[in-house]
Design a protein around this ligand. Structure first.
Ligand code: NDP
Length: 467
């Protein structure tokens, strides 16, 4: 049987772009379909615009800090529309750049939705297209909790296009997105209330890191309310009235705000993809306890079932990135996509390791982590775990007067001396942990860390002087 393409990729986000270009570099005839802007969540409505807004939000604190160094900074004022437009223009530039990269690689782009008709056929832009192999890289979208008035909330998708800066914002959820936007909006001058259903932010992170972030965020002026369940949202003349319960209390409480951001997780984009026509199996995703007013099709947070080679239940159909709900990070999707292309088209069968994947939370203070938390290490090794911690005021803040604290921590296997995890809260955490992640991935021991000389004066040197 002949096919129109060797490979058809559904979704031009991080995973799909990486896989399509890599497959084409091996001589495969490749096409890719994207129903929205080329670039996917990371470029269009995630990492990139978010990080630019994080940068924008740092300035007021820096203006204040500058006084400690003798600078007299005049009145400063944010032009919200300017910032939103500047961020948007950069996003558009990057999207066009990615289209250019596809052209250069010889990948044909269909700016349209692709839906499975049968295991080898997709309907794209009203045409039937066949492919020998198909890669699903459709990503995910934010979900909302299910209570009356939820239509008044927005998600991270809309945060990048708010027409004006809200004076007050309430954020539901204490994961990556909630914590990052709390920092952004607080830094930009909005009054932020973050409401979390559990005791603390960022479940799954090391406890010292969770505490360090929360203390820092509170110091920066963010109000964090724990053990809250939203009940109802109503539009009132003063804005939005959010009614909620706090665990163990019968009394309903209310908060009036201008914007409510729902940041309670994301779910794969599987509805309407025609997976049933292709015989591709789905499994419950990692966040199956979430509820959502569903649009039908697959149950909320189903994910595509894949093996370690990203192969679905159909041997010629593969899936990478957030739609598989493994580790939902851009570099993971890219690495999964390239491993797939190398295996299937490059005569180099290999799997992508999901161990020791570093990640950062661009909260304020920033945090980053690689490897096992203290709790995970104990779960794996029992008592044989040794932890090293330091908490200190970074040199920069010795003149600013800010009680800003940096926390660093190493989790070590007491028997082998191998460093199992490295965690940090504080300025430049992402940049520092990226370097440390190489050592952790290579299996470095605490002795190796100790044998490395520090760069003085720096924050990173503390990782090699921990006692
Ligand atoms: P997360 O899964 O990280 O966090 C969800 C948060 O919402 C948790 O605090 C969770 O509480 C809470 N929650 C879940 N369901 C409900 C509910 N029904 N009512 C109230 N609260 C609820 O999701 P995010 O949306 O923050 O981020 C999605 C994913 O995007 C991340 O997991 C990450 O993979 C990726 N991402 C990565 C970034 C980075 O690398 N810097 C940045 C942004 C996103 P509980 O803890 O109790 O479960």
């Amino acid at each position: 049987m002949t096919f129109d393409y060797d490979l058809f990729v559904i979704g031009a986000g991080s995973g799909g772009l990486a896989a399509s270009k890599r497959a084409a570099s091996y001589g495969a005839k490749v096409a890719i379909a994207e129903q929205s802007l080329v670039g996917g969540t990371c470029v269009i409505r995630g990492c990139i615009p978010k990080k630019l807004m994080v940068y924008a939000s740092h300035f007021p604190a820096l203006f204040q800090d500058a006084a400690g160094y003798g600078w007299h900074v005049g009145d400063s004022k944010l032009d919200w529309s300017y910032m939103v437009n500047a961020v948007d223009q950069e996003v558009m530039r990057l999207s066009k750049l990615h289209i250019g990269f596809l052209e250069k690689a010889g990948v044909q782009l269909f700016q349209s939705r692709a839906v499975f008709v049968d295991p080898h056929t997709l309907e794209v832009d009203g045409r039937k297209i066949t492919a020998e192999k198909i890669l699903i890289a459709v990503g995910g979208h934010p979900v909302k909790p299910d209570f009356p008035g939820i239509e008044h909330t927005i998600t991270s998708d809309e945060m990048f296009h708010l027409q004006e800066q809200p004076k007050r914002i309430a954020i539901l959820g204490g994961g990556y997105i909630g914590v990052e936007f709390a920092g952004v909006m607080n830094g930009l001058g909005s009054q932020v209330t973050q409401m979390i259903r559990g005791d603390n932010l960022l479940r799954g992170f090391d406890e010292d890191i969770r505490t360090g972030i929360r203390t820092g965020m509170t110091h920066h002026g963010i109000q964090i309310i724990s053990n809250v369940m939203g009940k109802r949202i109503e539009g009132v003349p003063e804005g939005l009235k959010l009614s909620f319960y706090m665990e163990g209390q019968d009394e309903e409480k209310t908060l009036t705000t201008d914007v409510v951001l729902a940041a309670i997780g994301r779910t794969p984009n599987l509805d309407g993809l025609g997976l049933e026509n292709a015989g591709v199996d789905v499994v419950p995703g990692n966040h199956q306890e979430m509820s959502q007013t569903s649009t039908g099709g697959y149950s909320v947070n189903s994910a595509i079932a894949v093996d370690e080679y990203s192969r679905t239940s159909q041997p010629h159909i593969f899936a990478v990135g957030d739609c598989t709900d493994r580790i939902n990070l851009t570099p993971v999707a890219i690495a999964e996509g390239r491993a797939f292309a190398d295996t299937e088209f490059g005569n180099n069968p290999r799997i992508m390791s999901h161990e020791n994947v570093p990640s950062a939370v661009f909260s304020q203070p920033e945090a980053a982590t690689v490897g096992l938390t203290e709790a995970q290490a104990h779960e794996k090794l029992g008592e044989g775990v040794k932890c090293y911690r330091a908490q200190f005021r970074p040199l920069f803040h010795s003149l600013t007067g800010q009680p800003e604290k940096t926390t660093i921590k190493l989790v070590v296997d007491a028997n082998t001396d191998r460093v199992l995890g490295a965690h940090m809260v504080g300025e430049h955490a992402a940049e520092i942990i990226q370097g440390i992640a190489i050592a952790v991935k290579m299996g470095a021991t605490k002795k190796d860390f100790d044998a490395t000389l520090g760069i003085h004066p720096s924050t990173a040197e503390e990782f090699v002087t921990l006692r």
